[in-house]
Structure formats: structure tokens, C-alpha cells
Design a protein around this ligand. Structure first.
Ligand SMILES: [Zn+2]
Length: 307
């Protein structure tokens, strides 16, 4: 059986299917046509969901829609896939998709080659062999080997550094990241963390995990940190403070902060571009903020400061 036929029709193609390209196949089992089902159209497979046990006909996109609970795809969402499991699957899927996109987009643009003198990483072992066999004196040879090894190590590290620099640069240029982002302490610490901790098969955060699970975790964490300050509001009152400024895109932003003896807490920033910023508008903004904070928490002598 040739390769094209086996991936299309053979039920045993589960193992042959490149799981690296279609990772969600691992959560279903490909099966032969059940007797009650109509003859299948070409290119499709029968699969049994490992979670709900239902049998469906379809290609990878249907497997994906069933497991990831994508609506309007003509297949029922799996009732037995838990939210956390779904997130994990989604993350896996996104990663593959991103990688594919990345490959397609950038495969034709090689990174800058290492500067002359450093040499590519490949030929180093032969250089090492030559160094070793060149020596006739065994003691001298040993010393030379040590020197050669450390030179090789340094050369290798230099090349790896050079390569990593190029990759990071490419990320900035192709992603439109502002150069200023290089000063972000978390950008810096993420790389130093990765360089000092060995995390086998780590996959960088994907689109969905970044906007869901990691964001929620961060938000919950900040809320927890603010809890003592917010508790303080109820006891001792809080003042609502507002100021206005223009961001680099010259959008007029109105900041709302809650200030107490516990310290100032940023509540929100409102983009006032489309508004006439008269007293009525500002009053409305402040009223909304007070509602959000809880009027019972405001200082007895209500103080609204416009800075
Ligand atoms: Zn299912």
C-alpha cells in the first residue's frame, strides 16, 4: 500500500498519521465502517471519540471541532472533554498551527550566517579529531586536547549565542515589536530563566493559553495581592482620583484610581477619543467608577480629585 492510500483509508493509519501535524488524532480511535453507517466518502475516516465513545465520520477538522467544541461545524461538541482538557488540546493545536504558519512564512528567509572566523557548528568534531591526532607527545597532546575542548566549547557557545540573538531579532522585526520592548524586565527574565532551567519539551505559550488561562491566573493573582488594600477601603474609606493624559497614539485617556491609606490602586483607563469631555461626561465616568468600587466604601467626606 502506498503512503497516500494508507493515510487516507487504512484504519491502522493512526500510527502512520504524523501526529506532530495533527495532534488531536491521539484522542480518538480510527475504526472500520460500522454496519449501521452509510458508505464513506473518499478521504474520510470513521473515528471513535476516546471520551464519549461516539462514532463519527470525518477528517481531522471534524475531530478538532468535536474535541475543541467548535460550533457550527456540523458535529456535536464532546460532552466529556473537561474545560482544562480542552485548553490543553487547544494549546497543542494552536502550537502546531503557529509552527506551520511560521514555517510557511519564514522558511525561505535564512538567519544571518555567523561572522567569518567563528565557523559553522557542524565541522567542529573534525577539528577536534585533528587536534588530537596531531600531537606526538602524549602529555602535550593531553594539554592540547583540553585547550582544544575549551576552545570548541567557547566557539559552540558563541555560535549558539549568535543564533539565538538572530532568532530574537527576527522575532522583533517580523512581529512588529517595539525596540523598547527589549527593556521589558519580563522579556529579559524569561530568556534568562529558560537558559538556566532545563525544561524538556517546553512549548512556548500559544495564542489561546495567553489570552485565557495565563491571563486569568495573572488576574487572580493581582486581585489576591490587592485584597488587603481593598479590605481597608471598607473600614477607612477610599477616594476616587482621576487624571487625563494622551498616550503615544495621542488618544485622550482618562485614568481612574482609588486612593486610600493602603496605597493607590489603578481601576481603569477610559479612551475618551469619541467623547466630548465636558463636565457631564466626566461626571458620568466618575459615577460609573464609584458604582464599580462600591459607594459604601467611599470616604465619609467624599473627595473627588481631578488632577
Ligand atoms: Zn467525544
Amino acid at each position: 500500500m502506498d503512503e497516500a492510500t494508507s493515510t487516507k483509508n487504512s484504519p491502522s493509519s493512526n500510527e502512520e498519521m504524523p501526529n506532530s501535524e495533527a495532534p488531536l488524532w491521539q484522542y480518538v480511535t480510527k475504526i472500520e465502517k460500522p454496519p449501521s453507517f452509510a458508505a464513506k466518502s473518499s478521504g474520510n475516516t470513521y473515528f471513535k471519540c476516546n471520551y464519549c465513545g461516539k462514532v463519527y465520520l470525518g477528517s481531522y477538522s471534524r475531530v478538532k471541532a468535536h474535541l475543541l467544541k467548535i460550533v457550527n461545524k456540523g458535529i456535536k461538541a464532546c460532552p466529556n472533554v473537561t474545560p482544562s482538557l480542552r485548553l490543553e488540546m487547544q494549546r497543542m493545536h494552536d502550537q502546531i498551527e503557529n509552527d506551520k504558519l511560521e514555517r510557511a512564512k519564514r522558511s525561505r528567509i535564512p538567519l544571518p550566517p555567523p561572522p567569518p572566523g567563528r565557523g559553522p557548528i557542524g565541522p567542529i568534531p573534525s577539528f577536534q579529531r585533528q587536534e588530537e591526532s596531531d600531537s606526538t607527545n602524549p602529555v602535550d597532546g593531553k594539554r592540547r586536547k583540553v585547550i582544544a575542548n575549551s576552545t570548541i566549547k567557547r566557539a559552540f557557545q558563541n555560535n549558539a549565542r549568535y543564533e539565538l540573538d538572530s532568532r530574537i531579532g527576527r522575532m522583533f522585526y517580523t512581529g512588529g515589536l517595539p525596540f523598547n520592548f527589549a527593556r521589558n524586565p519580563y522579556y529579559r527574565s524569561s530568556y534568562s530563566y529558560a537558559a538556566t532551567h532545563s525544561i524538556p519539551s517546553y512549548v512556548p505559550l500559544g495564542y489561546n493559553a495567553l489570552r485565557t488561562i495565563v491571563l486569568q491566573r495573572e488576574r487572580a493573582h493581582v486581585e489576591r495581592l490587592l485584597r488587603p488594600i481593598k479590605d481597608f477601603w471598607l473600614e477607612n474609606g477610599v477616594s476616587v482620583v482621576s487624571d487625563g493624559w494622551s498616550d503615544p497614539q495621542r488618544r485622550p485617556l482618562i485614568n481612574i484610581m482609588a486612593v486610600s491609606d493602603g496605597g493607590p490602586v489603578f481601576i481603569k483607563a477610559i479612551d475618551g477619543s469619541s467623547e466630548l469631555k465636558d463636565k457631564h461626561y466626566i461626571a458620568r465616568v466618575l459615577k460609573d467608577a464609584i458604582k464599580e468600587i462600591g459607594h459604601e466604601k467611599l470616604s465619609k467626606s467624599l473627595l473627588i480629585m481631578l488632577v
